[in-house]
Design a protein around this ligand. Sequence first.
Ligand SMILES: [Zn+2]
Length: 641
Amino acid sequence: MHELPARQVRINDSFWSPRLRVNATNAIFHQWKQLEATRCIDNFRIAAGEKDGFREGWFFADSDAYKWLDAASRIVALHPDPELASLMDAFISLIARAQMEDGYIFTYNQIHFPDQRWVNLQVEHELYCHGHLIEAGVSHFEATGRRDLLDLCIKAADLLVRDFLNASNDKTCGHEEIELALIRLYRVTRKQDYLELARQFVERRGRIPFLPVHLLRQFNSFNKRKAYVSELRKEYIEGHPEHASFQLPGDNYTKKPCFSRVRWYLDYLRGRYAQQHAPIRKQTAPVGHSVRFGYLETAIAMLCREKPDDALLSTLEQAWERMVTKRMYITGGLGAVPGLEGFGDDYELDPEYAYAETCASLASLFWNWEMSLLTRNARYSDLFEWQLYNATNVGMGQHGDTYLYNNPLTVHHGVTRQGWYVVPCCPSNLSRTFADLGKYIYSHDDNDIWIHQYISSEATVDGVKIRIESGFPWSGKVKIHVKPEVQKEFTIQLRKPSWNIASPKVITESGYDPRLAEYETISGNWSAEGETLEFNFDMSIQLRRAHPKVRGLAGKVTVTCGPLVYCLESVDNPDVDIFTAQLDPDSLKDEFIPDLLCGCVLIHGKTTDGKSLKFIPYFLWANRGESRMTVWVNCKQENAG
Ligand SMILES: [Zn+2]
């Protein structure tokens, strides 16, 4: 199955177009200002020898700048903007000046440890940063046709080939990313070494001899280097007292369960944290850091698309099934344990501890898209939709300048949108994915055209003009206009969403289950005059229960409507304790409110003692200041079905 580049798809959608405009005109500029304000870009100026100063930010901060460039490239492909283009050009030439002669670029080492490289691969994200640089280069080349950034990336990738091809099994990165980046680079250059190196990086995982010893050694070395940098900073501030006033933004607040640090150590030493616990052909469960897991699975799926491998595909399918049935929140959020930033045990899905990092759902989108193309199974596009509207969309505020990093499903206090974080991995990751949204709507093969997402748009797919008019996510009405250049026979495969099966207000016992989705096949001899297909997917309000094995959620439901998960936010419900209110399930009705949060469907309900409840889409919460919120609501047992 082939994908269409996002720039061949014109989105004209009443829900998504305003959001994409905010992304292109506000979010991307806000992010650049934050990268400058937090001195992330200065780190490159210092590495290039053009600025005095002290390097600030985490050792992996370079990746945030590259991801911004990746996002900006995808944005200018669709929204040409001279101001954005000039920021990008200036940054690309700065990267060129900061990069070393042989292609190496990692400002942490270049500035603090000029004679050291590839020292603590399992901890310090050096290859992860190179991966994001390479992705930015590929996106920039695809967007502009220009080779300047791509050539810098090729220089870096050629260094990796020299240093890592046919190397020992410990030569992998603790944070996956380089693998999928090299495959993307291979897809535009067709240079086999990049694909082979990606394959080797993936296959090496889980094969490090004496892993706990190796990891402890690297962790100790990392700590020593970090302490040395802290000393350097102290000395620098003594000589430059004005620098002491500089402060990075705060960390995200997460409520942590007991023993989460201990669990992290155990997971880390066993290799599970970074998916180093077993060779990938034996990894059939989602474990460890959920962003890393998603990037690894994406890379494996990409490898399977390059060279079919049924055994490997089967491990992906098993891990996916385990994830969606036992280790995923009702919102599609991934990662239950904040200390691990990752997966807990089966059914360990506490709504308040939920880490559910925005990047983890983005990683899952990338993986599920590859799985759609690889398997032609509708379940993957279905999960894509669910995670896009809920777990992902929640990450960016309405105006594009505030973000959620972790996404709990119950908040008593402390979690709200921030303009920036000390680890700002999510904002530009969101921006690059939103900019590419058109890519995920259609795909095609010899005689088939797939429609995965119902987003109003136009594209020419394999000589057939297709225009979707969609009311999603507020209404299930969809029209699809199909017009081939000349009359021809072909098949259209339309995803029938998993949630399209309910009768009104039914209580679903199985939570959200993407495995219920399927493609409806419409074959025909399509006239060049054009034909129109019409659908009305059932967007009745549904109530979903958690699996009985999930602790603490007995007697509670989540309200959903079409692809959207709803929540109670305290700002809409000032007279009710949202955590103890008892919902009367027969009271629910929906209403489109044009002036609420830029226009959204609100769900009205009543408590069993007659007080009114207002549910808003989960992705819209925390847009009106700090508040309390819950996705799970108490619901009368007798109606539990
Ligand atoms: Zn993130």
